[in-house]
Design a binder for this molecule. Structure first.
Ligand SMILES: [Zn+2]
Length: 141
């Protein structure tokens, strides 16, 4: 078997693993038509993303975690907890447009903040305790 065929099978298997039967119903979910070369990172869904640096890859991986956790970033609870956290702590996610009363200007909002908190968790090795449950992490007291 030549190398190209092996790579195609691996890509197909990964797409099937992450996309399930969605990939067969809608091949665009596995082979997106978005021109991702224009972006530093883009999340396609079903755990599939493209990224150009460690930081953007961690950000996109944060979107995958959000999806696998059934989108806690879309809940009012996450928005409320993040806003409360931002009132007492300084964190880059708190500076995003649309967070903690910052005006929303294009990119931003709680879904992006979720991905940013994930990114800084992996870069700094620390996930704020207040936010940990939204990432499936429980700290012992
Ligand atoms: Zn993002």
């Amino acid at each position: 078997m030549n190398r190209t065929i092996i790579i195609i099978i691996i890509v197909f298997a990964l797409g099937f693993y992450f996309g399930g039967t969605n990939m067969l119903d809608n091949p665009k979910k596995c082979f997106p038509t978005v021109d991702y070369t224009k972006y530093n990172g883009v999340y396609f869904g079903n755990g599939i993303f493209a990224c150009k640096s460690e930081e953007t890859c961690l950000h996109e991986l944060g979107h995958a975690v959000d999806e696998f956790m059934d989108f806690p970033s879309h809940t009012q609870e996450f928005a409320d907890v993040l806003d409360s956290f931002c009132e007492i702590e300084a964190h880059p996610a708190c500076e995003l447009p649309g967070i903690n009363s910052n005006p929303l200007a294009g990119w931003g909002g709680y879904t992006e903040a979720y991905a940013e908190v994930y990114k800084y968790w992996k870069l700094w090795g620390h996930l704020p305790k207040e936010l940990s449950s939204f990432y499936g992490v429980v700290y012992a007291d």
